[in-house]
Ligand binder design. Structure first.
Ligand code: 9MR
Length: 747
């Protein structure tokens, strides 16, 4: 996500001169007040108020009468500009504030007073009538002389009164080191182990010798014991660890704990039930990501919201979206689809792989020996289409497919048949912001070969899956896939620009042999036609070693084609070799997992955790699960199941990366509408939402301020501002959906 990175870079350039004149305060220097007249003794100067807000001096405080009926927090505000902030310096931001009537929220921000208006620090406390004092410490992620302290007061339907005093921004304070609370030193899958599955845990300890562990039931009775296996220092966490194997215990139960080395683990179950729930919750995630439709409270309690981007003000809507200037002279109706992540963008590239993995979840359930397609059938997800006779998972995927089809360049236009890479806001918007409140202009970005092949692949796959339910739709998708394929062949080098990251992510990719291979494979599987068969067989990707450490992704799509060729019935010459290549890939992931004291099939080069590492772990597990489907060998099943332990709590941070699953789970994923951390009136992400997880490159300022120097698994913080470690996206949840469904099938 280049958004803030771009912003910060340009800012650094602008400030290069300013900086030479403005040396940073030396360590140990005095604390320096940055706010002028924060005490309001005789005047409210130099504080400003936005239009419609009336301020006055009242008992030595600033009071503001805030109008009702504004949409966004920033629509009504008081603040002070021209504050200098020094990168890397820590500040204590404090103020006293009251609101009447009680319950209103002030969004207090220290950030840029000029575009792109980055918030370097923000909090949104709920105010009482008698007032409270608030104090926070943060480290500035960038240098600026155009800083601002703003108290944002908008978003209330009714007028209210806000009073503030003693606003202070003290520079040069001691930073507060960030210490994640990692709880007990025994790391378990906090949700559940399958009764007949592997059961492993990791102990963090200074001990080098074997220790005795005890498994206790909910009453504290010891039901089994054994000895730990010392594993030395784990490179992915820097911790000295032991592993624990209690797989011999197969008795169902809830509230088990492991005790060893004076510690007791968080509780867990031995049962399959949670995975039946997770199968549905992870898939239900997509309903509340939908654009263009009202989200109903009866279908997802607590998540109701008006339809987003349907041409109702302040939205400009997705009904008639123009291109970026100079790109095209038509408009398209691109309503619908899923929002990509915590932003309001809709991207064909990422939409494609996400749709593929959901469709594949269903397709696997139909073909695999342990698959149970009825568990994803009509009425299972409680979505608006439930009861229409079509499996719910197919209905949900169709919501995106219809959007992908709308992104295709119409006949008669230049590049007809290709797909526009993406559609999103002209500028990045702030948080929180409901989709229906987004006032930005929306634009279509240039067509790209990658997007076109994503459309070809998923539309071709859709054609075979929807055929039994809706012949017309199946025919429409197949025709669109053929058109897209031909257009991609005719224009193989239309690459999305890596610099096109303002207002939305870039999703750039200039290695497309894997996308061509994937699309050809899907077209072949659906049509059996010779030309697609030939393309697949001739592609160097067909025999390449594609199961690398990072796993497949929106930009590495070869595995999508390979896995489908291996599992979806077909007559490809040399198919045994295809299946064998998947098993070989799985063998490698199994070796990684066995060597890893946290039992995960993920060991990226140099220990550098990638953006969205959680889903890369899961996608590697998908390869293991597929090897199990292909061979029936228990070792692959056990590897796939163990991978889930990492996601659900057996990790260095002792956290479950799935909201609502496990004693301690992530809940503040970066999002404009599941933004409870910023606005108590909004919800956290729904249960079953995966967080991106540790990312060694910590691209966002918040992570940079608290995670500098982090090792692998520690490069994560459950904060809404950390968009590089803690976002949620449609492609990451697809990996979770696929694995949750597989695990549930093993119960
Ligand atoms: O998931 C994407 C990751 O692989 C890239 O490294 C990163 C930077 O280009 O972008 C991520 O995708 C983001 C997208 O650009 C915009 N919506 C949110 C996505 C997740 O952070």
């Amino acid at each position: 996500m280049n958004r803030r990175r771009t912003a910060l870079l340009s800012l650094t350039g602008l400030l290069a001169t300013a900086l030479t004149a403005l040396p940073a305060a030396p360590a140990g220097a005095d604390e320096v007040e940055q706010v002028r007249n924060g005490t309001f003794d005789t005047t409210t100067e130099p504080w400003w108020a936005s239009d419609g807000v009336t301020t006055s001096l009242s008992d030595g405080r600033l009071c503001a009468d805030v109008p009702g009926g504004t949409a966004n927090r920033w629509d009504a505000a008081v603040g002070q500009n021209d504050i200098t902030l020094v990168k890397g310096e820590s500040y204590r931001f404090s103020f006293s504030a009251a609101g009447a009537p009680a319950g209103h929220v002030v969004r207090a921000v220290v950030g840029l007073s000029v575009a792109p208006y980055d918030a370097y620090y923000e909090v949104s406390p709920q105010l009482g009538v008698s007032g409270d004092t608030y104090s926070y410490t943060f480290t500035a992620p960038a240098d600026t002389e155009r800083g601002q302290v703003a108290l944002q007061l908008g978003g209330s339907p009714d007028p209210w009164r806000f009073c503030v005093d003693d606003v202070s921004l003290l520079g040069g304070v001691e930073p507060e080191p960030y210490e994640p609370d990692t709880g007990p030193r025994i790391r378990v899958n906090q949700v559940a182990y399958l009764p007949a599955g592997p059961k492993n845990a990791t102990l963090v300890t200074g001990a080098d010798e074997r220790l005795t562990w005890r498994l206790k039931d909910a009453d504290g009775g010891v039901v089994r014991q054994g000895r730990t296996v010392p594993r030395g220092v784990d490179g992915s966490s820097g911790q000295n660890v032991h592993s624990i194997d209690f797989g011999a215990h197969r008795t169902r139960g809830t509230g088990y704990t492991l005790a060893v080395d004076g510690e007791t683990s968080r509780p867990f179950d031995i049962d399959a039930g949670a995975y039946e729930r997770l199968r549905l919750d992870s898939a239900k995630y997509y309903y509340t990501q939908r654009s263009g439709i009202e989200i109903r409270d009866d279908l997802r309690p607590g998540y109701a919201r008006p339809a987003g981007h349907v041409d109702v003000a302040p939205n400009r809507g997705d009904g008639e979206v123009p291109c970026q200037p100079g790109v095209c002279d038509y408009t398209l109706d691109v309503t619908g689809g899923w929002y990509d992540a915590g932003d309001h963008g809709k991207y064909v590239v990422n939409g494609g792989i996400s749709t593929w993995e959901l469709l594949s979840t269903y397709e696997r359930a139909r073909h695999a020996r342990t698959g149970q397609a009825d568990k994803l059938g009509d009425g299972t997800l409680d979505i608006p289409e439930s009861g229409n006779g079509v499996p719910d998972l197919l209905d949900e995927a169709r919501w995106e497919l219809e959007f992908l089809l709308k992104m295709q360049v119409p006949e008669g236009e230049p590049l007809a048949g290709m797909a526009h890479h993406k559609i999103h806001d002209e500028q990045w918007t702030g948080l929180p912001l409901l989709p229906s409140d987004d006032p930005q202009k929306r634009e279509l970005h240039p067509p790209s070969t990658a997007a076109t092949l994503n459309l070809a692949a998923t539309a071709a796959q859709a054609a075979r899956l929807y055929r039994p339910y809706d012949k017309e739709f199946a025919a429409e998708t197949l025709a669109a896939a053929r058109t897209a394929w031909a257009a991609a062949l005719a224009h193989p080098g239309e690459y999305a620009s890596p610099d096109d990251g303002i207002g939305g992510g870039a999703y750039p990719d200039d290695e497309l042999s894997d996308e061509f291979y994937w699309a050809a494979a899907e077209l072949y599987l659906t049509t059996g036609e010779r030309r697609f068969e030939e393309y697949v067989l001739k592609s160097p990707v067909h025999t390449a070693d594609i199961f690398g450490p990072l796993g497949f992704d929106w930009s590495r799509t070869a595995a999508a084609g390979r896995l489908d060729l291996a599992t979806v019935p077909n007559r490809l010459p040399g198919r045994d070799k295809v299946r064998h290549s998947v098993v070989k890939g799985a063998d490698r992931y199994l070796a990684t997992l066995t060597a890893h004291p946290y039992g995960m099939p993920y060991a990226p080069a140099g220990g550098v955790y990638d953006w969205g590492s959680s889903h890369q772990v899961l996608n590697n597990a998908v390869v293991l699960a597929t090897a199990h489907d292909l061979t029936g060998a228990a070792k692959y099943r056990d590897g796939a199941l163990q991978s889930m332990d990492y996601i659900l709590g057996r990790n260095a941070l002792n956290i479950s990366y799935v909201t609502g699953y496990g004693e301690v789970s992530v809940q503040n994923q970066h999002s404009r509408w599941y933004a409870r951390q910023l606005d108590p009136a909004l919800p956290n992400p729904p249960a079953g939402t995966l967080s991106g997880g540790p990312n060694s490159s910590i691209q966002d300022p918040y992570a940079q301020s608290v995670l500098q120097g982090c090792v692998g698994q520690f490069c994560f913080v459950d904060d809404i501002q950390s968009w590089s470690t803690n976002e949620h996206t449609i492609n990451w949840n697809a990996a979770l959906t696929r694995m949750a469904s597989y695990v549930a099938d093993q119960g």
